[in-house]
Design a protein around this ligand. Structure first.
Ligand code: SF4
Length: 325
């Protein structure tokens, strides 16, 4: 059996924020018992509204976020127990592409220096080897070599995201975590960047974790999708299974307003019947019960079971409790 490249087991992430004008702190339960895995060469998308915990999950995977409990393994090694050398290797192999190419590139650095930096920190390559590697990567992402002497502000949004992708690729990673990689870009540019990511994935057998609220991006790129609500995975399966035969009431609601999902939170909330509850004050029982059209008495008190509907397609909901594969 294909071993997962990334494996997450029962992950919990909490942090404290200020509570209004008082000195009290509020505990935010951002990730609540998430388990999932990604095999080498796969693209798993995490879908859900803003505030569902998907970006916190992403930051935990690359150790930018402290976790409360649970385990994350990369190539079978626990990333929280890694020694210095193992951590250095992990940082080379796992790279992140951020949402906003305007904010993620240092405006005071020329592109050449932005691309050199990770190689100088993480490798023993000579200056000649570094320049060779940079030329190779710049070509791969479709940029002109003349760009190297310029600063980020001299580029369009799409070109900046290509530079950010080049920076992620320069260390020859195996795993890319892409957090809303096209949502800050003009619609006309989004397709180019999505095509570039797909092309790079196929050429270099990269493994992706894609964080996005955009259903069309998931349909085009991902082979599996996990739907997240208030820090929990409520449905997971291959993209076709979940999109053609969604089971969880939340997944159905998300898909029902897919055309507006790129830019219409108001529509999103009204169609779901109510606001997303605060992560500081999670509902009891099924966390979706305050917005679910099928809510039953037990949903308000008890945690629903996770049921396998068909091969690899899981849903967490009382409606499917008696279903067998
Ligand atoms: Fe709705 Fe109940 Fe299923 Fe939760 S468990 S999604 S409240 S039917």
């Amino acid at each position: 059996m294909n071993k997962p490249l990334l494996d997450i087991e029962n992950l919990f992430v909490e942090y404290k924020t200020d509570k209004g004008f008082s000195d009290e702190k509020q505990v935010i339960h951002a990730v609540n018992g998430v388990s999932l895995s990604i095999n080498k060469g796969g693209i798993l998308a995490i879908a859900g509204e803003s505030g569902c915990g998907k970006s916190t999950l992403a930051r935990s995977i690359i150790r930018l976020q402290k976790v409360k409990s649970g385990k994350i393994s990369f190539e079978g090694k626990d990333i929280f127990a890694m020694k210095k050398n193992e951590l250095k290797e992990f940082r080379k192999k796992a790279q992140m592409i951020f949402q906003n190419p305007y904010a993620s590139l240092n405006p005071k650095m020329k592109i050449i220096d932005i691309l050199k930096e990770p190689l100088k920190i993480n490798t023993d390559m000579t200056d000649f080897e570094i320049m060779e590697r940079i030329s190779e990567v710049v070509e791969k992402v479709g940029l002109d070599k003349n760009c190297l002497d310029l600063y980020p502000h001299e580029f369009s949004g799409g070109q900046r995201q290509r530079i950010a992708i080049a920076r992620a690729l320069v260390l020859n990673p195996e795993f890319i975590l892409a957090d809303e990689p096209v949502s800050a870009l003009d619609v006309s540019i989004q397709a180019q960047i999505i095509n570039l990511l797909r092309d790079l994935k196929n050429r270099f057998n990269l493994t992706f974790l894609l964080i996005t609220h955009d259903i069309s991006v998931i349909k085009y790129l991902a082979d599996r999708v996990a739907v997240m609500y208030l820090g929990e995975i409520v449905e997971i399966g291959n993209t076709q299974q979940v999109f053609l035969n969604p089971k969880h009431p939340y997944t159905k609601a998300l898909l029902s307003f897919a055309p507006q999902i790129g830019g219409g939170n108001k529509k999103e909330r009204s169609e779901l019947g109510g606001e997303l509850p605060s992560q500081g004050n999670l509902p009891s029982g099924c966390k979706f019960h305050t917005r679910c059209p099928h809510c039953m008495d037990m949903c308000t008190k008890c945690i629903p079971p996770t049921v396998e509907i068909s091969d690899g397609h899981f849903v967490t909901c009382f409606l499917y409790m008696k279903m067998k594969k």
